[in-house]
Design a protein around this ligand. Structure first.
Ligand code: SF4
Length: 426
């Protein structure tokens, strides 16, 4: 916890938790910074972090990312949280050697060997223990602290009572996930993808077979699939709903956490903008008036607009039962998609980059970095002075707006029937 007391909620004597957002690419990092993140976490290209499918960063891009984030007061945590075999450790050592120079604020590790290397190679860099290490009791957390970890990202399989107990019996910084996908196995310690596809979840390459729809096949009746039906469709044997602790944000805030983390390095800018903005608004609202805090319906509406497998509160409110699974999965639920991104503002004119097909007269909505939402109609768009009735994805266009956005801010569009979505930034 903060030793100076400047990061403490005065009336509660508790730590103010930072909002941590995922940065799977430079674009999502910039978006996270713009929409209220106080820290971002990211990984380098290759399989040294648990989202190897994300765009991720080259070493040069990492330096640019750190400069961009630090210029806005946002910390950067570098994920090195796979479980490597010996031959992979050389790469870890190289990354650690340059990590301190690149300016990252901490490294996130899981493997005790990686932790041991990091202490020797980059002793000045704080170490955060990844949720992948499954720290679920105070003894484990204190043991990790003795080994040099300054923050523990708790396993998702903990109830609020257990987190409270751990907070009361450890002095190391603690962080929890408040939002995003959740594994049916224990915090990702899962071999299904390795067995079925040869792609290892513990090296960030999970193919998410827990989300597939399964049927039963009898050995002598090859090709004859017997549906295992729950409700109307095939059974999704392991398909967990997504975590969302927004409905219990008051309780979350009273746990004295140091970080509240949003999952989603494979997600895109609109997801990061919306989730970061909502959790930041909820956190700030609590800080203004802890006793009068209530969860606002507008936040719940907003969080429902981004891609999700339907939400639940995970283990936080007690052991999930079958209702924690989405057995009748019909695809991701979301109500909006990304329409355009603001490139620049000049006087009353805004230059946008379209991200999906747009047509004059469409109703759009601007998402300001400060949390404001404003609807407007696409009207009078031009490209190099030529009026546009239809705008293609990636086309640059200029339009007069009644509001003054900032570069990097996003514009979304409600989904309607027949929408052909090109940029799946949901
Ligand atoms: S298969 Fe599912 S439960 Fe297993 S690691 Fe991948 S996402 Fe997690």
């Amino acid at each position: 916890m903060c030793k100076r007391g400047c990061c403490v909620i005065p009336s509660l004597g508790m730590q103010i938790p930072e909002i941590l957002a995922p940065a799977g690419s430079m674009e999502t990092l910039e978006t996270a910074c713009l929409y209220g993140a106080e820290a971002v976490y990211l990984g380098l290209r290759g399989d040294t972090n648990l989202r190897s499918g994300a765009r991720n960063f080259t070493p040069d891009e990492l330096e640019t990312a750190v400069s961009f984030a630090h210029a806005r007061g946002v910390k950067v945590y570098l994920a090195l949280n796979t479980y490597p075999h010996d031959e992979e450790l050389v790469r870890f050592g190289e990354i650690m050697s340059s990590a301190a120079d690149s300016g990252v604020d901490a490294m996130i590790v899981s493997d005790i060997g990686v932790l041991h290397m990091a202490r020797r190679i980059a002793p000045s860099l704080p170490l955060h223990l990844s949720t992948q290490a499954n720290a679920i009791n105070a003894h484990a957390i204190n043991a990790w602290a003795e080994l040099g970890v300054s923050r523990v990202i708790l396993a998702r399989e903990l109830s609020s009572d257990e987190i409270r107990y751990i907070r009361g019996h450890s002095s190391v910084e603690l962080e929890i996930f408040v939002h995003g996908s959740i594994c049916i196995s224990i915090s990702g310690r899962c071999l299904i993808s390795s067995y079925l596809c040869g792609r290892d979840a513990n090296r960030g390459s999970c193919t998410q077979p827990c989300r597939w729809d399964y049927a039963l096949l009898e050995r002598t009746r090859q090709g004859s699939y017997m549906p295992v039906v729950e409700e109307d469709g095939y059974t999704y044997l392991y398909n967990s709903r997504d975590l969302c602790l927004l409905p219990v944000m008051g309780e979350v805030m009273r746990l004295g956490m140091d970080g509240l983390k949003i999952e989603g390095r494979n997600k895109t800018a609109l997801y990061v903008a919306t989730a970061t903005s909502v959790y930041r608004s909820a956190r700030d609202s609590f800080l203004k008036d802890p006793d009068g805090f209530t969860v606002q319906s507008v936040w719940l509406d907003e969080i429902g607009k981004i891609s999700n497998r339907e939400y639940f509160t995970g283990f936080f409110t007690g052991r999930p039962d079958a209702s924690g699974m989405n057995y009748d999965f019909k695809g991701y639920s979301h109500t909006h998609h990304l329409a355009a991104k603001v490139l620049s503002v000049n006087g009353g004119e805004t230059t946008f980059e379209a991200r999906n097909p747009l047509i004059e007269g469409m109703e759009l909505e601007w998402l300001s970095g400060s949390g404001l939402r404003q609807s407007f109609v696409l009207n009078g768009a031009t490209a190099q002075g030529v009026p546009l009735k239809r705008i293609r994805p990636n086309e640059i266009f200029v339009m007069k707006t009644s509001f003054v956005p900032n570069p990097g801010e996003l514009v979304r569009k409600p989904l309607s029937e027949g929408d052909k979505i090109v940029d799946r930034s949901v």
